[in-house]
Design a protein around this ligand. Structure first.
Ligand SMILES: *[C@@H]1O[C@H](CO)[C@@H](O)[C@H](O)[C@H]1NC(C)=O
Ligand SMILES: *[C@@H]1O[C@H](CO)[C@@H](O)[C@H](O)[C@H]1NC(C)=O
Ligand SMILES: *[C@@H]1O[C@H](CO)[C@@H](O)[C@H](O)[C@H]1NC(C)=O
Ligand SMILES: *[C@@H]1O[C@H](CO)[C@@H](O)[C@H](O)[C@H]1NC(C)=O
Ligand SMILES: *[C@@H]1O[C@H](CO)[C@@H](O)[C@H](O)[C@H]1NC(C)=O
Ligand SMILES: *[C@H]1O[C@@H](CO)[C@H](O)[C@@H](O)[C@@H]1NC(C)=O
Length: 687
């Protein structure tokens, strides 16, 4: 019989700086934000039973971050005394690679963003804490249902040659070398009306590649223009967008992006070795596959790039997002299994450089953090910039010299990480100006009835995630044999500590193994720890005391320049049109309207939408932020920010281009394109 829970859902805008800031994920120094494709949101799900609550927050960001979590907790602890702590709050990232960087506190993750970026952090923290959900009064009785199903043609393994090194008997238990299962929770109020949906499905949000500079949620969170008319779900005939916004719009036809009451989150799982680029890696020059262990073409990684299934990254994003949307809607509609049982969170900060018990006969030790040479090769979703290759177990002489200049790893560290050749000894002597990678991480497990959520501080590969979820489930079943436990991995939660590959995959030293930072026993350590958490959750056993999170906020440095001032060429004012729209456009040809204005830097108004809107001209908008036409058609325009010339750059001239794709479903009419923003004056520096 279903348990009645107190439930609540909420959503808030967390969009970061849409100009001048490096994007997080590909570590490509040239991928700097220059406009807005779709805003970023946080989506929160709160479940309470008795006096115990768990809060799961899914954010359209590259990952959860300890810095963000600590800042959020500072606010929540003060506002809602005693209700929230590190244990019952989980913040998990969708893993989009098209959102601004600068919200992590470790040096390695700040290199391409030139330090931490206060604007990114601020937008994220404000957005998360402002969700009007956290007070007890905003909870209402409700029920939660669960469903799961197989989603094909949406993910592939990007390191199959590491996966095959796993034990044969273990591989034999699985049909695929990536997980195809989507697991979904449906939230309904006491009248049975749907209020929210969250699902976990493993796939990198790297459909948009490392050339994209518009902020976007990628295949899970974002929303793109469609050129074609697509038939979707029964309640909706033609709508455009990607998974989260698509779902929310389907539940509230005609609502603005981020406007409807229904909250739909597409969360990340064990996606470490999982790519959405289903055509697989090919050489960009010859078109031939480059599936060798090094993922190279003519010895170089730069030309070996995975793409697909669409003709370009926009279409691929659309297809992968739509597949997830369709499967989620099907599972949502047919969900019948109710969650039943207690709500229990458990959490520990643990020092990952401690000894682990591998099995009943062996113990081993995890290592201080270090990155292998193959880490710098990048992946076939986004190759690195230098001459590093994947599967490198010996390293390269020149870079060893460069590395020794930073810090030469000790023999002890080398032995601990073997067979990984160490490129960056991040955990040893690299403490300047503050630690390069974390030693203490969040480990966390939520129980909602028979549903177990292992919130993990990094990117588990397919097999690593299967082992962890399986181990946690076994502990549950041993304690309560009558309960049909369901066990999911919530990837990229709370702290970010790179990848977690299996012991066997580690020995192949592709990107994921090279980025498994605590050495070959990293996964064993996590399995040991999450089993302990599961024992606590099912049997109430006490855990041994553990570490404390390191809060670096006061030490963080930033080298991102502020906006100095905004100006225009002589004779023009901010807001003037540079290139106007044409007199008319046609629906059939899929015309794109393009209008350009002199504008201000969008960083002047981080929390105000520089989002453009298209207005129906005969309908006077009463409120500037309310578009007069429904956005359920593919009408969401793109905002592209740029500076035209070198002189423009020096003098702070911003050009805002608004592009709006007309589709066959766009109603004929007269439209106006409005663009809103803020500028900083040269003399008073007022915004
Ligand atoms: C939470 O709710 C209580 C009771 O309605 C109210 O007094 C309090 O101001 C609220 N706190 C916040 C931070 O909204
Ligand atoms: C990114 O995708 C575009 C197509 O949308 C393609 O032209 C380009 O080569 C890709 N670049 C990389 C580095 O993947
Ligand atoms: C324990 O792990 C070690 C090292 O991986 C292995 O050699 C040994 O066979 C394992 N023992 C058992 C009982 O599984
Ligand atoms: C708009 O007009 C310009 C200049 O005449 C032309 O180059 C462009 O193709 C037109 N765009 C559309 C979508 O018709
Ligand atoms: C524009 O607004 C007018 C007045 O509200 C309405 O009659 C007309 O149908 C609208 N046109 C479109 C294309 O939405
Ligand atoms: C988990 O179990 C409950 C119930 O026995 C205890 O109250 C908690 O203290 C315990 N958690 C830890 C971290 O040991």
């Amino acid at each position: 019989s279903p348990s009645k829970y107190m439930v609540g859902v909420g959503r808030a805008d967390i969009t970061g700086p849409a100009a001048d800031v490096n994007m997080m994920g590909y570590a490509n120094p040239n991928q700097i934000s220059g406009g807005l494709h779709m805003r970023q949101y946080s989506r929160a799900f709160l479940v309470q039973q008795g006096g115990t609550r768990v809060l799961f927050v899914n954010i359209d960001a590259c990952m959860g971050s300890l810095l963000v979590k600590l800042e959020v907790l500072k606010v929540l602890k003060q506002r809602y005394r005693g209700m929230y702590n590190a244990g019952n709050v989980c913040i998990s990232g969708t893993h989009t690679h098209s959102a601004p960087a600068g919200f992590l506190q470790d040096v390695l993750f700040q290199i391409t963003s030139m330090g931490y970026v206060d604007e990114t952090l601020h937008a994220m923290v404000e957005g998360i804490v402002e969700v009007s959900l956290y007070n007890t009064t905003s909870l209402a009785p409700g029920l939660i249902m669960m469903n799961k199903g197989e989603l094909l043609d949406t993910n592939i393994n990007r390191s199959p040659l590491a996966y095959v090194n796993n034990p044969t008997h273990e591989k034999a238990r699985y049909k695929y070398d990536v997980d195809k299962q989507m697991t979904l929770l449906k939230f309904v109020d006491q009248h049975g009306n749907g209020i929210g949906m969250i699902n976990w499905f493993p796939v990198h949000c790297t459909s948009m590649n490392n050339t994209n500079t518009l902020i976007s949620g990628d295949n899970k969170g974002g929303k793109k223009h469609f050129y074609d008319l697509i038939h979707f779900h029964k309640i909706f005939h033609h709508l455009a967008g990607y998974a989260e916004l698509l779902f929310e719009e389907a539940m509230h036809p005609g609502s603005l992006p981020g406007g409807g009451r229904f909250v739909a989150a597409f969360a990340q799982s064990n996606e470490g070795d999982v790519s959405p680029n289903t055509r697989g890696p090919h050489c960009t020059d010859t078109g031939l596959p480059c599936g060798n262990v090094e993922s190279t073409c003519d010895g170089k990684v730069q030309n070996c790039i995975a793409s697909g299934p669409g003709k370009d990254m926009f279409e691929s994003t659309k297809i992968i997002g739509t597949n997830q949307f369709n499967k989620a809607m099907e599972l949502y509609d047919s969900a019948q299994v109710f969650l039943s049982g207690p709500v229990v969170p458990v959490h520990q900060y643990i020092d990952m450089t401690n000894t682990v018990r591998v099995n009943s006969t062996h113990s081993a030790t995890t290592c201080k953090p270090a990155m292998g040479f193959s880490f710098a090769a990048g992946t076939t979703d986004g190759p690195g910039a230098f001459d590093f290759k994947q599967g490198d177990k010996s390293g390269n002489g020149f870079w060893k010299v460069v590395r020794n200049f930073l810090h030469a790893p000790s023999q002890e560290l080398k032995d601990c990480h073997a067979p990984k050749p160490i490129l960056l000894a991040t955990g040893e002597g690299m403490n300047y100006p503050y630690p390069w990678q974390p030693e203490v991480v969040d480990t966390q497990l939520f129980r909602i009835g028979q549903f177990l959520i292992s919130a993990v501080p990094g990117e588990f590969t397919t097999m690593a995630g299967r082992r962890l979820a399986g181990a946690v489930k076994q502990v549950g079943i041993a304690a309560e044999p009558d309960v049909e436990f369901e066990s999911v991995v919530a990837g990229l939660s709370n702290t970010y500590s790179d990848y977690i590959a299996t012991f066997e995959e580690y020995h192949v030293q592709r990107y994921e193994g090279a980025s498994t930072i605590y050495g070959p026993q990293t996964l064993s350590a996590y399995i040991q720890q999450y089993k302990r958490l599961a024992h606590n959750i099912t049997k109430g056993s006490m855990l041994r005391p553990s570490g404390e999170a390191h809060d670096m906020k006061s030490k963080l440095m930033s080298f991102v320049l502020p906006v100095i001032f905004d100006t225009t060429p002589f004779g023009y004012s901010i807001g003037d049109v540079i290139v106007d729209a044409n007199d008319s456009y046609t629906q059939v040809g899929g015309d794109t309207v393009s209008v350009q204005f002199y504008s201000g830097n969008p960083r002047n108004s981080p929390t105000v939408a520089p989002q453009p809107f298209c207005y129906n001209k005969t309908h006077q908008p009463t409120e500037l932020t309310t578009p007069a036409i429904s956005l359920s058609n593919p009408l969401t325009p793109r905002f592209i920010w740029g500076r035209s010339s070198f002189m423009g750059n020096v003098r702070g001239i911003s050009e805002a281009t608004i592009e709006w794709d007309i589709s066959p479903t766009t109603p004929p009419g007269n439209y106006q394109i409005h663009h809103y923003g803020h500028y900083k004056t040269a003399f008073t520096h007022k915004i």
